[in-house]
Design a protein around this ligand. Structure first.
Ligand SMILES: [Ca+2]
Ligand SMILES: [Ca+2]
Length: 84
């Protein structure tokens, strides 16, 4: 290139996908957001483990804090259901 100037420009682009996730607060087990962690949330946890889940259900059930509903969350969920 010996001193020559190369100019380039981007004149057209599109954002095809943008995911903005808020950090999760501590999981509370209330996956269906009805105000209580109870048996009604079991189906939501199972469905989330099998099929994935979006916020806020993901945050409510992600006891292992790894960003996904998985088997690692079951113990924390059960502890919440039967806890004091
Ligand atoms: Ca609930
Ligand atoms: Ca998890």
């Amino acid at each position: 290139m010996n001193g020559s100037i190369v100019e380039a420009a981007v004149d057209d682009f599109a954002v095809v996908s943008l995911n903005c996730f808020e950090p999760c607060a501590a999981a509370d087990g209330d996956l269906n957001l009805d105000g209580a962690a109870d048996g009604q949330d079991v189906r939501w946890l199972v469905d989330g483990i099998l099929n994935g889940a979006a916020q806020p259900a993901l945050c409510a059930g992600d006891f292992s804090a790894n960003g996904a509903l998985d088997l690692a969350d079951v113990a924390g969920f059960v502890d919440t259901l039967i806890g004091p």
